[in-house]
Design a binder for this molecule. Structure first.
Ligand SMILES: [Zn+2]
Length: 166
């Protein structure tokens, strides 16, 4: 587990500095040589990471929101990074859902790349929310769900005041 975490940390370091949100995930997937496909999948499946003869693929559920698809892309990219060097190219690779440690690591990776701490801190300080909910504004800016942003802000200890509705 610790070596996987180190590999992920290394992968995060390889990602060029993310200056302004949102992160260009299509570019990133291309940079990792991963093909991204969007097609209808069962409701319970957000996405898949598959390694085929033609190379690594991420399949996203077309029924999900764009924000959810972005989170899934980032999560599945982490599976790709963790799998590098661990399989032959013809092996069909499917992540088992009971691998909870790997799953939480991939979610960690998604949060780190979609909402880098320094960038979220800067934007949270800059943004003038006026009558709007600051969490929702930041979520929109980073193209993540409001729930994902709320969790991230809490993790970073950023006290976001709720707007009073009149
Ligand atoms: Zn996963």
């Amino acid at each position: 587990m610790s070596s996987s975490a180190l590999e992920t940390a290394y992968a995060i370091r390889l990602i060029p500095r993310h200056i302004e949100p949102p992160l260009d995930l299509n570019w990133l997937a291309e940079w990792f040589g991963v093909e991204v496909e969007i097609r209808p999948l069962p409701k319970s499946v957000a996405g898949l990471y598959i390694h085929t003869d033609y190379g690594p693929h991420i399949i996203l559920n077309s029924n999900d929101s764009p924000e959810r698809q972005r989170w899934t892309t980032a999560h599945e990219l982490a599976h790709h990074i963790l799998s590098i060097g661990k399989q032959s190219s013809d092996e069909v690779f499917r992540i088992k859902t009971d691998e909870t440690a790997a799953e939480s690591l991939c979610d960690r990776f998604a949060a780190e790349i979609l909402m880098p701490a320094a960038l979220v801190r800067r934007k949270a300080a800059e943004v003038k929310h006026g009558r709007f909910d600051k969490t929702a504004l930041l979520a929109n800016m980073f193209e993540v769900s409001v729930i994902a942003m709320r969790i991230r802000l809490r993790e970073l200890g950023l006290n976001v005041t709720r707007v009073k509705h009149r």
